[in-house]
Design a binder for this molecule. Structure first.
Ligand code: ADP
Ligand code: MG
Length: 255
C-alpha cells in the first residue's frame, strides 16, 4: 500500500542566531492521524523548529509545507488560520477571565469579523457566538473542564491550566496541533490523563506533533518518534526503536 501523503513536510530548514546554528538542514514529515514526537538533546533545535513551523520566527532557508500549501514565513495568524495551531509551553490563558471566556477568545480570532460585522449583521453574529459557546462547552467536556468552566483561569490547578491551553488551541479547529512540552511540571497521574486526552483526539482523526522531555509520556503516546540532534534529523521509528539506536544514545550522551 502506498503511504498517505504527509500533512506536514519540512525540508532543508536552516536558522542561525548570530554564529549559533540552531537548524542545520532539518527535514521531517508528519503523517496524518499520528501523534508524532520530536525529541532530542538540549539545544538540538526543537524549539526553533516549532517557532519556524508556527511562524514565530522565519527560517533562513528551507520549506514548511502544510497540507500541500507552502506556509514558509507566513505570519502566525495566517498559519493558525490554515489549520496549524500551536499550544504554548507556558499556559498563556488570561488569568482573570473564566475558562469559558478564555476558550471563546481563541475561537473568536477570525479576521474580518470586527465591529462592522456586528453592526451590519447582528443576527448572524449572535448565531455565530452561540455556535462558539456550544463548541467551547464541547471542548471543555472532552477535556474534563466542564466543572470549572465558570471559574477564573487563575484558580485552576497546574494540570487544568495545561488542559485549558489545549482547549484554547482546539477552539481554533486545528488539523495539526503542535504541543510544546504538554506535561512539563505536571504530576504523573495528570500526565497520564493528558496523554489519554491526546490519544482520544488522535482516535477522532486529529494529527499532533509534540515536543516533550518526559520519555514515559512519549513512550506511552507517540508513534513515530523523530529524533533530532545538532539542528538536523537523526532517526525516526517507534519509541523502542529509537531508544535502542546507538546514534540516539550517542547524541544524548554527547551533551
Ligand atoms: P531545543 O529546544 O532543542 O533545546 P533550541 O531550538 O532552543 O533547542 O536551541 C537550539 C540552539 O539555538 C541552541 O544552541 C540555542 O542556544 C540556540 N538558540 C535558540 N534560540 C536562540 C536565540 N533566540 N538567540 C540565540 N541563540 C538561540
Ligand atoms: Mg526547547
Amino acid at each position: 500500500s502506498s503511504p498517505q501523503p504527509a500533512l506536514l513536510e519540512i525540508s532543508d530548514l536552516r536558522r542561525s542566531f548570530g554564529g549559533v546554528v540552531a537548524l542545520n538542514g532539518l527535514a521531517l514529515q508528519v503523517r496524518p492521524g499520528t501523534v508524532t514526537a520530536l525529541i532530542g538533546p538540549n539545544g538540538a533545535g526543537k524549539s526553533t523548529a516549532f517557532q519556524c513551523i508556527s511562524g514565530v520566527i522565519r527560517p533562513d532557508a528551507g520549506r514548511v509545507i502544510f497540507d500541500g500549501q507552502d506556509i514558509t514565513g507566513l505570519r502566525p495568524d495566517r498559519i493558525t488560520g490554515a489549520g496549524l495551531v500551536r499550544s504554548f509551553q507556558i499556559a498563556r490563558g488570561i488569568p482573570r477571565l473564566t475558562v469559558l471566556e478564555n476558550l471563546l477568545l481563541y475561537g473568536q480570532a477570525q479576521p474580518g469579523e470586527g465591529v462592522a460585522a456586528a453592526i451590519l449583521r447582528p443576527a448572524a453574529m449572535r448565531a455565530r457566538e452561540e455556535a462558539l459557546r456550544e463548541r467551547a462547552r464541547a471542548v471543555a467536556a472532552r477535556l474534563n473542564l466542564t466543572r470549572v468552566l465558570d471559574n477564573q483561569a487563575a484558580a485552576l490547578s497546574g494540570g487544568q491550566k495545561k488542559l485549558m491551553e489545549i482547549g484554547r488551541a482546539l477552539m481554533a479547529e486545528p488539523r495539526l496541533l503542535l504541543l510544546d512540552e504538554p506535561v512539563a511540571g505536571v504530576n504523573p497521574s495528570l500526565s497520564a490523563e493528558i496523554a489519554s486526552h491526546i490519544g482520544s483526539l488522535r482516535d477522532e482523526g486529529m494529527t499532533v506533533l509534540i515536543v516533550e522531555h518526559h520519555m514515559d509520556f512519549v513512550a506511552s503516546l507517540c508513534d513515530p518518534v523523530i529524533v533530532m540532534a545538532e539542528g538536523r534529523f537523526l532517526v525516526q521509528g517507534s519509541f523502542e526503536q529509537v531508544a535502542a539506536d546507538a546514534r540516539v544514545q550517542e547524541a544524548y550522551m554527547g551533551r
